[in-house]
Structures are given as C-alpha cells and as structure tokens.
Design a protein around this ligand. Structure first.
Ligand code: DGY
Length: 347
C-alpha cells in the first residue's frame, strides 16, 4: 500500500504499523511510504525486492534478518537509514550496516514499563499458577473451594533476581521491590547506582515506618543470582555472550521451587534444557514471552503445566506499539534530514 506517492524520499515499511502518527510524520517529511502487507515474515529475497532500485530508508521488523546482503542492496538503492521497530537489534548486522554507511535506529524508552509489567505479570502468573488454574476451570474440573487446591508461591518479602539491569530490568526490579517488598539481587556488567539509590531510599522509608527494610545487592556472578533468588527475570540483550546463558548446569543451581521469567529474547535460554528441568521439577515454574525458535516451541513445552507461555507480546499495548512506530519513523527522518536526534543501538 502506497501513501503520498508524490513524496521525494521513498520509505519501505516491511509490515503494517499501528496508529497513524508515524505515517503522518513521514508524509510531513516529504516521504512516499510503501507499506508491505504480507502476513508471512519477509525473507531476504522479498526484502531485496521491496528495497528495489531506489530506497532512502527502511522501517523493518525484529522477525527479519537484516544481514550484509540486504544492507548492500539498501546501499546501492541509495539508502541511508534502517530503523528497527524494536528496542532489540539482534536481527540486525549493525557492523555491516555501518560499513555501508547506513545508520541503524531502534526504539528504546517507550516499551520499558510495558515490558517490565509483562515480566511482573508472568512472574505472578507462574507463581500463582494462573494458566494452569484457568485450564483446570475451563475443563470443568472445579468442584468447589479446597484448602489444597493449586497452591502456589508467595513472593512477598522474598528475593528477586534480575539478570541485566538496564532500562527494562531496572523497571522490573523497582516494580517488584516497591510493589512486593522483595529484596533484589542483580547481575549486570556495570553497577546501576540510580537503581541502588532508589532501593536504598525505599528501604529507609520502610524503616521510618517501623517496617523491615528491603535489600539490594549487585552479584559478582550470574551463578550467585541463580542460587539466591526465588524468582529470576532475564533482561539481557541477545548476543554471542548471552546465547544459552541459562543452560542445564545453571538451571540446576536454582532453588527447587524457583521461577524463571524471560521477556527479552528466547535464545537466552536453552529451551530443551528448560523443558527437561520443568519436567523433573514440578515445583519449578517458568513464565515465557519469548522462545528460542519463534514462532515454534520446543517439543514438550506447551504440554507442561508449570510454564506460562505468551506469544512475544510484552510490549503489546496500543500506546507502546504506536510509540515504537512513531520513534522508528522519527529515527529515519532524523537520519535523512541530517538531524542527530535519533535513537541508535547502545554499542
Ligand atoms: C523489542 O522491542 O525488542 C521487543 O522484543 C518487542 O517490543
């Protein structure tokens, strides 16, 4: 579908985007906007065909693999910008893009609280067995209130572990600590003094109310987090060093009744090892928004009752998705107009 056919810059949008602010911004910036509407994920050939012989910028999706060949095609079509409509950019060969002089943008900020909220939702859905309970009810198995029915875990005043305490990890940590009085243990390559100061201030507030304080500690190793926490939430970017960060050996370090939550990228977890671990430890639970081979799930995962699974929707609120689309359009416009105000990957 083409908008503003008379526009002087040609922008390819590889999938429909929500709202219309992003489109209006592109049209106001004198762009002809071509939106591809295929429901399938576009492969390299389809993307190359979409780029064609002239294309100034592309707004692309995290499901597409933006590799050297595609950036070469974009470069020879006169392209200057590739805007990933996502905060994560593991689908983008940023080094190749840079070599071809193509600026890469992403969409941080607008999805921070939205994604952290989903991590909290999955935490409690797993801890309180909500998926399992709903299936039980819908199957007509509920025969009346029972003291022993579907007992879960209470995370109040327990210890939450966060691996990767950037924007989303820190937001999740604050929601858990301030909402549920949990202690925090986090692993991150860098210290996060703002997060630590906020939690210290909250601990002081609790003491001023004659309540037990909460604690916050930066762990030396991922293993320390896994051993100590009652619930571990993953918030790291996917790259070579984080691939299968959670494997069988590391799962074995976690408490028997711990929870593992993932809203970042599926390949952070060795999913086959997780299936095995969930099978062997019925009191261990997981809450997953992302999967190793999306959209497929590893055999056995969806049959397990001790896992809650949703289809990569952690940032899926209307406000956030419209914000992501608008930021992505703004990034492309910023590059094409020589304005430095655009969001680039933190590399
Ligand atoms: C991202 O932006 O990287 C998420 O996975 C989708 O919002």
């Amino acid at each position: 579908k083409t908008y503003n056919a008379a526009g002087r810059k040609r922008i390819v949008v590889t999938k429909p985007l929500p709202g219309d602010l992003w489109l209006n911004r592109l049209i106001d910036a004198d762009c002809k906007v071509e939106v591809y509407t295929a429901t399938d994920v576009l492969g390299v050939d389809a993307l190359r065909a979409a780029i064609g012989t002239r294309c100034d910028a592309v707004l692309g999706q995290l499901t597409e693999s933006w590799n050297d060949a595609l950036f070469a095609a974009l470069k020879s079509a006169g392209g200057k910008a590739f805007s990933n409509v996502a905060v994560g950019y593991d689908n983008v060969d940023v080094e190749a893009a840079t070599r071809y002089g193509i600026a890469v943008g992403n969409t941080p900020g607008v999805l921070t609280e939205t994604t952290a909220q989903m991590a909290v939702a999955l935490t409690f859905a797993a801890a309180r067995r909500i998926g399992e309970a709903e299936r039980f009810l819908r199957a007509g198995k509920f025969k009346g209130w029972m003291m022993t029915l579907l007992l879960g875990e209470l995370l109040w005043r327990k210890t939450v572990g966060v691996i990767g305490a950037g924007r989303i990890g820190s937001a999740y940590a604050r929601m858990m600590v301030e909402g549920h009085k949990t202690n925090l243990i986090y692993y991150s390559p860098h210290p996060h003094p703002d997060l630590e100061a906020d939690i210290a201030a909250y601990a002081d507030f609790l003491v001023s109310r004659r309540q037990k304080p909460v604690s916050c500690k930066r762990a030396d190793t991922i293993e320390d987090v896994l051993r100590e926490a009652d619930c571990v939430s993953l918030h790291a970017a996917l790259n070579e060093s984080t691939y299968h960060l959670i494997n069988a050996e590391r799962l074995a370090l976690m408490k028997e009744n711990a929870l593992l939550v993932n809203t970042s990228r599926g390949p952070l977890i060795d999913e086959a090892a997780l299936v095995e671990h969930l099978r062997k430890h019925p009191n261990f639970r997981a809450g997953l928004d992302v999967f190793e081979d999306e959209p497929d799930l590893k055999p056995g995962l969806s049959e397990l009752d001790n896992v809650v699974i949703v289809p990569h929707i952690a940032s899926a609120t209307r406000w956030t998705r419209e914000g992501m689309a608008t930021l992505a359009a703004g990034n492309a416009i910023g590059v094409l107009s020589g304005c430095p105000a655009w969001n680039k990957p933190d590399i």
